[in-house]
Write a protein that binds this ligand. Structure first.
Ligand SMILES: CC(C)(COP(=O)(O)OP(=O)(O)OC[C@H]1O[C@@H](n2cnc3c(N)ncnc32)[C@H](O)[C@@H]1OP(=O)(O)O)[C@@H](O)C(=O)NCCC(=O)NCCS
Length: 439
């Protein structure tokens, strides 16, 4: 992938503000091994990860040409070549109802413990939003370590995910038989299959974001992490015509107390047909010696619940928001998706950073496609209107959050009672949006 956005120079406003604190903001040269290595090390420090090994760095180095990585340097400090803060970003496609939209994906936001709470993250985030606008991206997206950090920059949670544990010996498999077959394969074959299946599955999942570079490889166990590598198992499902339709990456964990009662972690399960989905879960249910199967980062509406006799044996251990969306250009963003229309909806967006401020009217035709215009609707009386802060617009963007719930919580205002119900009718996605990876 190459995108001119990656060569956008350092943001002048943020660089000036940081310079006033004696700090220097710079875009890292992807061709400079010393600079990229130092940046990668600072990123590891920021997340309290162990120091990077040469192998880790070899994994990560494929990312630098795909990303615009920024470091903040304290030239007068103890380690002038090591950034005291990092952020990276890249253009990524995201699935929306009826198609996809270009986003600006942001990651590796760190500030060294020695420099925290001086406004450095704020400078980096606000500059990333300006860079995204300069790159022509109508939305910025990220996943978070803490849900308390990003709302202040206009991001709102837009997808949710679950972790769950299945007592496979008691849940009782109910799924209909499938015509294909499951085969165990090695990592290289799984990676190869993943290159086709993951994008295909991503395009069918509203809220899922394209994944590239080391983050893709990591789904299969990072090549640098040999202990983890050796634990991962890979199986594929091919349909009756021999076409590969599904892939599972899992790990079986030791249980020194009882060798016949092991647990398995489902790290990735990708299926492009319902048969493949059923067959792969059935395979996991039937693993000998395994009593408990754990699903990680799964969708909130997993069909699995309908494939067992006793859905109480699927215990949700976590339900969390996952993808955060920041709308920068409402006209382009709202026109990129289709709607469960026809109908009309107006949104009055409040954006303290100015990018998305204004009133926007969405006119949806009988096919669910919209014309979006900045400005009040021509017939304001008959048009539902919501007043939303920009983070709430991100949450509503592809129907992951309910306008009715947000109205009840006082996070948005209706012009006329009932407008939120009408908004939900247009905005909802046929299945709850889901992001299937971290970035
Ligand atoms: C999160 C982190 C990047 C913040 O950096 P920072 O430079 O200290 O943040 P700033 O000084 O710019 O703070 C900006 C605002 O965010 C708030 N804030 C900062 N970190 C926060 C946190 N962890 N939780 C809640 N609020 C936070 C500040 O209080 C400040 O609030 P204000 O707008 O009301 O003044 C930094 O603490 C860090 O590196 N944490 C560990 C790595 C991590 O979790 N990164 C985020 C990955 S998604």
């Amino acid at each position: 992938m190459h995108d001119d956005a990656l060569s956008i120079p350092v943001d002048a406003a943020a660089a000036a503000a940081l310079s006033a604190q004696g700090l220097r903001m710079a875009v890292v040269d992807p061709g400079d091994p010393a600079a990229t290595r130092a940046w990668a090390e600072a990123d590891a420090r920021g997340f309290h990860d162990p120091a990077r090994t040469d192998e880790d760095f070899a994994d990560l180095s494929e990312d630098f040409p795909l990303q615009r990585s920024v470091g903040i340097y304290d030239d007068g400090g103890a380690e002038p070549a090591m950034p005291i803060a990092t952020v990276t970003s890249w253009p990524a496609a995201m699935t929306v109802p009826g198609g996809e939209v270009d986003t600006w994906a942001i990651s590796a936001v760190t500030v060294a413990p020695s420099h925290r709470r001086r406004g450095i993250a704020r400078q980096m985030l606000e500059s990333e939003l300006r860079v995204a606008v300069a790159a022509g991206r109508p939305l910025a997206v990220l996943t978070v370590s803490e849900a308390t950090i990003y709302r202040r920059y206009g991001f709102g949670p837009a997808t949710w995910s679950t972790d769950f544990t299945v007592d496979v010996r008691r849940a009782g498999w109910l799924g209909a038989p499938t015509p294909g077959r499951i085969q165990l394969i090695g990592r290289d074959a799984a990676v190869e299959i993943g290159r086709t299946l993951l994008p295909e599955a991503r395009r069918a999942t509203v809220g899922d974001v394209e994944i590239v570079g080391h983050r893709f490889g990591r789904l299969f166990g990072a090549p640098s992490d040999s202990a983890e590598q050796r634990k991962r198992r890979f199986a594929r499902y091919e349909d009756a015509d021999g076409v590969v339709r599904g892939l599972v990456v899992y790990r079986v964990n030791e249980n020194p107390q009882d060798f016949s009662d092991l647990s398995a972690d489902v790290l990735q399960l990708v299926a492009t047909t319902d048969d493949a989905y059923r067959a792969l879960w059935q395979y996991l249910f039937e693993l000998d010696l395994v009593g408990e199967v754990k699903g990680w980062l799964r969708a909130v509406d997993e069909p699995l619940r309908w494939l067992v006799q006793d859905s109480r044996r699927i215990r949700t251990t976590e339900l969390r928001e996952h993808l955060w969306v920041r709308v920068l250009d409402p006209v382009t963003a709202l026109a990129a998706r289709s709607y469960a229309g026809p109908g009309r909806l107006a949104l009055r967006v409040e954006d303290p950073l100015g990018h998305a401020d204004g009133v926007f009217t969405i006119d949806v035709d009988a096919d669910g496609r919209a014309v979006v215009a900045a400005g009040e609707p021509s017939e304001p009386e008959g048009t539902p209107l919501l007043e939303v802060p920009v983070d709430v617009l991100g949450s509503l963007y592809f129907g992951g959050a309910s306008a009715v719930a947000l109205a009840r919580a006082g996070r948005l205002a209706e012009r006329t009672s009932g407008d939120a119900v009408l908004a939900d009718r247009l905005l909802r996605s046929p299945v709850p949006p889901a992001l299937m990876t971290w970035f």
